[in-house]
Write a protein that binds this ligand. Structure first.
Ligand SMILES: [Zn+2]
Length: 456
């Protein structure tokens, strides 16, 4: 009965009350582009202030009395450098978890009485229908981080579960000064390779790796190296995570049948110099990207593959002729993210002789043989600075494959992945495992982390 009453109230409230406010908000959103700062504060006031929509609902309606401060969740998530917030109901509770450095960590567990108010509140924020509980919904909102006074975009996704609705919120920072090739841990010998191919006039550059391997950061970092004023740079993205000045960011929308292939076809009529296609998932997008890259465009994209050489196999599976692969492909960056040890509490140690030997066997070319080898490992008590999580930030590990004459011959001869890898290493590629071990020797990550990521 209570639930029925609650539903009825929400429906009446939604149509009678929100619609009026909605008009005000629409105007604010319209003006947001012109005067972001002042309107951000107006927006904040509307959502969070004394006289916000939510406070009005709360005072007018006694059902939603248990309220948890949503803003507090967002501020806490940002201060812990979370990339996503997951609000998940189970049989009795509402669990809130943050994704920090790629791993989910528990933030708070609230009791059942918060379920309706917290989820309804986030739905209001994302302009979602609060009376729709049977279908998934996607929404957007923005929000101001207090500490830095920067605007954060929120991507809100709601999906019904057997207990209640589950919400996932992605936090996207609009400012992106930190996306820079110099800050994403590319070793000097790899940096030389990347820079060489960024100076190419045409060709396909692919970034590969599993989900959560930081592919988009590498793409944005490469895009931001171009002199964007005299180049037409256009992107097709889903979602648009960062904004770069002079770059035309286009959001793909599969819900209205605007997919990567459609976007790419239209984009090519706009005469771009550099194209970034967020992901090659299907044969059509793959073909169009390859065609664009051999007709005078530089095309950047990501693809789901486990290693640099298996990417070639993946392109063949997407019906790309090996002849087209060798003439379009310039570089494949295969990467993973590893958690960096907390610099304040990590422990220095001397590796065992047998471990040391094995590591040196792989990376002897790049280290000084006269210097004693030290590694660092996690401090299991942690410290205040890392919230006792042992790790702080993440670092990238890479493998960069360049197209060479030797590889071209092998690809045209349908050689196996092992043959391709041997050739690539022969031609100077630093294997991803070696790159990771070098970062262990440079005291950034632990040997255990590397084993977990690459040897498991
Ligand atoms: Zn620490």
């Amino acid at each position: 009965m209570q639930i029925l009453f609650f539903d009825l109230f929400l429906i009446i409230w939604y149509y009678e009350f929100v619609n009026i406010k909605y008009m005000d908000l629409k105007n604010i959103f319209k003006n947001q582009d012109k005067k972001e700062d002042t309107n951000n504060s107006a927006l904040n006031e509307l959502f969070w202030g004394e006289n916000s929509i939510w406070n009005e609902i709360k005072t007018e309606n006694k059902i939603l009395e248990k309220d948890f401060d949503v803003e507090e969740i967002f501020q806490d998530a940002l201060s812990r450098w979370a990339s996503d917030i997951h609000i998940e109901p189970d049989e009795t509770n509402l669990n809130i978890r943050f994704r920090v450095d790629g791993t989910l960590v528990n933030y708070k567990t609230l009791d059942e009485s918060y379920k309706s108010s917290l989820i309804a509140r986030i739905k209001v924020l994302g302009w979602l229908k609060i009376d729709e509980r049977r279908l998934p919904q996607d929404g957007k909102a923005s929000f101001n981080e207090k500490k830095t006074n920067t605007s954060i975009d929120l991507r809100i996704n709601v999906i019904p579960t057997i207990y209640w609705e589950k919400i996932a919120i992605r936090l996207l920072k609009k400012e992106n000064e930190w996306v820079d090739l110099r800050t994403i841990w590319i070793l000097p010998m790899n940096m030389v390779r990347i820079k060489k191919h960024l100076a190419d006039n045409f060709g396909l550059c692919l970034v590969v790796g599993p989900t959560w391997s930081g592919k988009s950061t590498t793409l944005y970092a490469m895009l931001s190296t171009f002199d964007t004023v005299d180049k037409n740079i256009s992107t097709l993205e889903d979602p648009v995570e960062y904004r770069i000045k002079w770059v035309n960011h286009t959001q793909i929308n599969p819900a209205i049948n605007f997919n990567f292939a459609d976007g790419l076809r239209s984009l090519l009529r706009q005469d771009p110099d550099i194209i970034m296609v967020w992901e090659i998932r299907d044969s059509e997008t793959a073909k169009l990207s390859v065609e664009a890259s051999i007709t005078g465009h530089i095309v950047f994209s990501t693809i789901h593959a486990n290693s640099s050489v298996s990417t070639i196999q993946r392109l063949v599976n997407l019906w790309i002729d090996p002849l087209l692969i060798v003439s379009s492909l310039r570089m494949i960056i295969s990467q993973r993210l590893a958690r960096k040890l907390c610099p304040h509490c990590k422990i220095k140690y001397k590796p065992e002789e047998i471990v040391k030997e094995k590591v040196i066997k792989r990376i002897w070319k790049y280290i000084n043989p006269n210097e004693e080898l030290f590694f660092y490992k996690v401090n299991e008590t942690g410290c205040e600075k890392c919230n006792h999580k042992w790790y702080k930030w993440r670092t990238w590990i890479y493998e960069i494959l360049e197209m060479t004459d030797g590889l071209e011959k092998l690809i045209l001869a349908w050689a196996s992945n092992t043959q391709l890898e041997i050739q690539a290493i022969w031609d100077g590629m630093v294997n991803i495992k070696d790159d990771a071990l070098l970062k262990v020797a440079l005291w950034e990550i632990s040997l255990e982390e590397v084993f977990n990521i690459l040897w498991n």
